[in-house]
Design a protein around this ligand. Structure first.
Ligand SMILES: Cc1cc2nc3c(=O)[nH]c(=O)nc-3n(C[C@H](O)[C@H](O)[C@H](O)COP(=O)(O)OP(=O)(O)OC[C@H]3O[C@@H](n4cnc5c(N)ncnc54)[C@H](O)[C@@H]3O)c2cc1C
Length: 419
């Protein structure tokens, strides 16, 4: 079969690879002249297989007024009365129910486990080099309430997945790069098995392997203007370089997926959640992080990333409900100040500021499955965990298109489950 992958971010590229492995002819279309130029370019670098809690939760709901009104908040709305945001927001409120959160965590953990084994398989079989390392992840909590509920969740787990509950002093001993006083922390959770890796370097390596495949065609530098239908079926996409035809299409257009779905005649609840990163490179020797660190209160992640001959520190976070990709110096300053405070790194220049749009669904679960339009499959909406979940989502996509049975509960990711 000839399958056209719409979008060449980490989701489109992994999807394209799994489809070629399954023996399909693949065409990859993207508006940029090269791959992974949008949300997959400079994300937090965390492969977060154990921490998959959704943004929508009773705790977020409780904190929503202060989150949206405080000027220093990691979350901001600038969209005004955007009707798309209103319907997304209504679904977000429904997804805050405890039962919905439990369902999401179970589904995401299964997809994360599949992703981990698929990433290991691809890394090994394609000899990809992107600084993949089992660095372990330390989540530090400043709020006693948040720490207590996280601690209860760890101790209630039936399976021993190696998570450790730490006192403030133990957190600082484990990660000497942290320039915090013990009294500033309530405690931490350390997960030794979590990984880090450079998503852009992974995409570059995968692009090279795809370029070596005879059954892969590229249509880059071509904006997809809309769908071309015939007899109620998607038969082509209209691009600046003419119509691109295929038997099936897979929608992997990240935060732009919702607009394409709308042009196809159905609603896809994916809204952009703008985030920022800075990269401190090379990291000063004494401030080198041994593990990746998440500051739960500030919703910021710090990851040590291997780059050529040195280690850099990627600092990422912020969740603004905005759809432009203009870098706001004030938001970059939040990350710079946090690096100075947490790691003692006072970076004045060369911090490589970047922003990207996370494709967010209301319940934070990706949408993977056939769309209401014949011929169009969806693999999009991976939100805050697209790097973590890419390889498993691609496997699931190729299996579903090939009508193969899957070990993962596919109903949990179907479009119709989205509230
Ligand atoms: C600040 C930040 C930190 C993050 N940290 C992490 C992390 O630590 N761990 C983690 O797992 N995830 C993280 N993420 C999330 C992750 O980066 C995303 O979920 C993931 O990159 C989404 O990939 P994608 O391929 O769906 O989208 P994208 O990478 O945005 O790719 C979509 C592609 O579609 C193309 N496209 C869109 N519209 C059109 C059009 N009309 N015509 C042609 N082409 C089009 C774009 O050019 C783009 O190449 C982070 C995200 C951000 C923003």
């Amino acid at each position: 079969m000839k399958i056209c992958v719409l979008g060449a971010g980490v989701i489109g590229l992994t999807t394209a690879w799994c489809l070629t492995e399954a023996g399909h002819d693949v065409i990859i279309v993207d508006r940029h002249a090269s791959t992974a130029k949008d949300a997959s370019a400079a994300n937090g670098g965390q492969l977060s297989y154990a921490f998959v809690a959704p943004l929508a939760s009773p705790a977020t709901l409780r904190k929503l007024p202060s989150l949206l009104l405080s000027p220093d908040s990691p979350m901001r709305i600038r969209a005004g009365l955007d009707p798309a945001l209103i319907s997304w927001g209504a679904r977000f409120l429904l997804a805050c129910r405890p039962a919905a959160v439990r369902e999401t965590i179970a589904a995401q953990l299964a997809l994360a486990a599949l992703s981990r084994s698929e990433l290991a398989r691809l890394t090994q079989s394609l000899m990809l080099s992107f600084g993949l390392r089992t660095a372990g992840k330390l989540v530090v909590f400043r709020s006693r309430n948040e720490f207590d509920s996280a601690r209860r969740a760890v101790t209630a787990k039936a399976d021993d997945d190696g998570q450790q509950v730490l006192t403030p002093a133990e957190c600082l001993a484990l990660e000497p790069a942290l320039r915090l006083d013990a009294h500033e922390l309530a405690g931490g959770i350390f997960t030794a098995s979590e990984q880090v890796g450079d998503c852009a370097a992974f995409c570059a390596g995968l692009t090279l392997r795809l370029r070596g495949q005879r059954n892969v065609e590229w249509v880059l530098g071509s904006e997809i203007a809309g769908p071309v239908r015939s007899g109620g079926r998607l038969v082509a996409v209209d691009t600046g370089k003419g119509h691109v035809q295929a038997d099936h299409f897979v929608l992997c257009m990240g935060a732009a997926s919702g607009a394409f779905a709308k042009a196809c005649g159905f609603y896809l609840p994916i809204y952009p959640l703008k985030g920022y990163s800075i990269t401190l490179s090379p990291a000063p020797e004494a401030r080198l992080l041994r593990h990746s660190v998440t500051d739960m209160e500030r919703k910021l992640v710090f990851a040590p990333l291997a780059r050529d001959r040195h280690t850099a520190i990627r600092v990422a976070g912020i969740a603004d409900l905005e759809s432009d990709t203009i870098i706001d110096a004030g938001r970059v300053e939040v990350l710079r100040r946090a690096s100075a405070e947490l790691l003692g790194i006072d970076a004045a220049s060369d911090i490589e500021p970047w922003c990207g749009l996370r494709p967010m669904t209301p319940d934070s679960r990706p949408i993977i499955g056939w769309s209401p339009l014949d011929g169009l499959f969806i693999n999009s909406g991976h939100g805050m965990l697209g790097w973590t979940l890419a390889c498993g989502s691609a496997r699931l996509t190729a299996d579903m298109i090939g009508c193969k049975p899957s070990v993962t509960a596919i109903g949990a990711f179907a479009l119709r489950r989205a509230a």
